[in-house]
Every structure is written in C-alpha cells, then in structure tokens.
Design a protein around this ligand. Structure first.
Ligand code: GDP
Length: 313
C-alpha cells in the first residue's frame, strides 16, 4: 500500500538526516523531491501544490530553523500535512435517531461496492446490530445474486427483487413471483426500507448500480434512490487503483449525489494510490473506511493519522 510513495518520501528524508541547520536550498530540494514523489504517486496537482507550499512555508519558519533536529521536524511537518489532506480526523458513521440507519453505497462498477456492503453488514452484525442488505443494483443480472452470496457469507439477510429467499434468509422481494423483471431500483430501495422497519432491522445497507464510467443515467438513478430513501450516509466507494481518474470520478459523484463520505478500496494492492488520497481534500468529504482485501474482515475504519504514519513509516 503506497509503497512507492512511502519509499520516495523516506529516501528524501534520509538525505536530510544528520544535517544541522537546513539552508533554503536544502528546503527547496526537499520540497522538490516531495513534489515529485506525490506526482509520481498520482496525487492530484492542486493537492500537490497546496501540500508543497505548506511544507515549504513551515520548513523555512522558526519551527524548523530553531529545532534541535531540523530533519525530524520536516518529517513531522510532512506528516501533519498528510494528515490534513487525508481529512484530519476520523469521522464516525452518522446513525439515525430512529432506526433504521440507512446507508447507501455508490460508485463505479468494480469499485468494490458489493464486497463493501458485505463487510459493513458483517461489521454491524458483529457489534450486535441487525443489518439488512438491499439489492438495488438491478443493472447487471448478476449483481443481485452477487449480493445474495455476500449476504450469505456475512450471515446477513438480503432484500432483493424477485427471488429473495436465498439460503433460508427471511427477506422477500417486492416483485411478483414468476416475473423475470428486475424492477425499479428506486422501488426496491424504498420497499427494502419498509421491510426493515416492519421487521425491526436497525441498519439498512443499500447497494446501487455502478457503470464502468460515470454516466448520466446512472447518476440520475442514484440521485433518485437517494431522494426516495433519504439515507443517513451516502458512501462513495472508490478503487484506489484507478489512478488519475479518481478525482474526476469523485467530482462527478459529488455533483450527482453529494455523497457524505468516501470508502477507499483495494488498498492492499500495490497501487500508487495517490489519486484516491486526493479525494478527501478535493471533495471536502471524509474518508471513512478502507477496504484492504477480498475477505469480509479485510476492512478498517479510516484513521488519517494512522494512514499518514504508515506512508511515512
Ligand atoms: P462492485 O461492482 O462495485 O460491486 O465491486 P465488487 O464488490 O464486485 O468488487 C469487484 C472486484 O474487486 C471483486 O473481484 C472483489 O473481490 C474485488 N475487491 C473488492 N474489494 C477489494 C479489496 O479491498 N481488495 C482487493 N484486492 N479486491 C477487492
């Protein structure tokens, strides 16, 4: 995870080690190296600019010139600035005052939404909650089945159109028996919430359709679902491996559905990952969770400070 960024930054700091006072040219070189490292890791240009400017200003200030160990002070500054772009603090999930808490997932196809739905469901279940998964991704015939499989693995029922009764789970779908139609995702989402209310599930996780690229129809559908179910959280799920497209995609989703939080997936891959790291800063929305593998437990609450330390480790 972020190996090359991490290696580049570590190498930069190494060249400062042992230096007493830092000259302006030391600072300039360091800032240039950091800039290259961030750009090579695909961090978005506006984020890189702000980042390096802040580091430069602080590195030339008394904070560093009067420090006993200037090199260490620079590392601390870079750490602080990384924490800043990653969102400063962990933002806990907003829970509904009156159950159920409704969480809607959105993102491109393949971003890891369905897998995340299972992870979140299991996480809630392990805390003693009673989650329900709702399959409102009716775009791909396989998506409903895939969520049902994930639900089975997590031991969490799935509300799905049509054949909802999988593996003895108790959720049943709203469309009539025998129909092959996958129905209207907005209706499925609404019916899923009603089902949760009547059966006393206290968390509802709604999986929505993704496409390979952002398109208007997808966005309208997601916005319609959001309007209909008024979720407590709308989580934008983004694959850390998608590189520079991350920022554009995040902005399109922000415009389309004004999501409330971000989930980074596939952080286990050896992706450069920097574009995903830019998403919090660019959209002003917090990264709330990180997915670090295909298994249901490979999932963690995102802590900006811990992630910064890992990058600088
Ligand atoms: P969706 O189309 O957004 O619902 O994406 P899926 O949940 O189906 O995930 C797409 C692929 O990515 C699947 O093969 C998942 O097993 C895989 N995947 C999801 N999350 C992660 C992750 O955090 N790490 C890795 N390595 N693979 C993941």
């Amino acid at each position: 995870m972020f190996t090359s960024l991490s290696d580049r930054l570590t190498a930069t700091f190494k060249s400062l080690r042992g230096k007493g006072k830092l000259s302006e040219s030391d600072v300039n070189k360091t800032v240039r190296d950091i800039r290259m490292a961030l750009l090579e890791a695909d961090v978005a240009l506006p984020v890189v600019k702000d980042f390096t400017q802040a580091v430069r200003e602080r590195a030339l200030s008394a904070e560093v010139s009067e420090a006993l160990n200037p090199a260490q002070q620079v590392v601390k500054i870079v750490n602080d600035e990384l924490v800043d772009i990653l969102g400063q603090h962990t933002r806990p999930l907003r829970l509904a005052k009156t159950a159920p808490t409704v969480i809607m997932l959105a993102g491109l196809q393949g971003s890891g939404k369905t897998t995340l739905a299972g992870k979140l469901a299991k996480w809630f279940k392990d805390q003693g909650d009673t989650p329900l998964l709702v399959a409102a991704d009716l775009q791909r015939p396989n998506a409903v089945t895939q969520l049902e499989v994930v639900g089975q693995r997590a031991g969490v029922p799935v509300f799905a159109p049509e054949r909802g009764n999988v593996g003895g789970h108790d959720a049943v779908g709203p469309t009539g028996e025998g129909t092959r139609s996958y129905g209207d995702p907005v209706e499925v989402a609404e019916d899923g919430i009603q089902h949760a209310i009547s059966k006393l599930y206290n968390v509802v996780i709604v999986d929505t359709a993704g496409r390979l690229a952002v398109d208007e129809e997808l966005m309208e559908q997601a916005a319609d679902i959001k309007d209909a179910i008024e979720p407590d959280e709308v989580l934008f799920v983004i694959d850390a491996m998608i590189g520079q497209a991350a920022v554009e995609t995040a902005q399109a989703f922000q415009e389309g559905i004004d999501f409330s939080g971000v989930v980074l997936t596939k952080l286990d891959g050896d992706a450069r990952g920097g574009a995903a790291l830019s998403v919090a800063k660019i959209t002003g929305r917090p990264i709330m969770f990180a997915s670090t593998g295909e298994g249901l437990k490979e999932f963690e609450i995102f802590h900006p400070d811990r992630m910064a330390s890992r990058i600088l480790d």
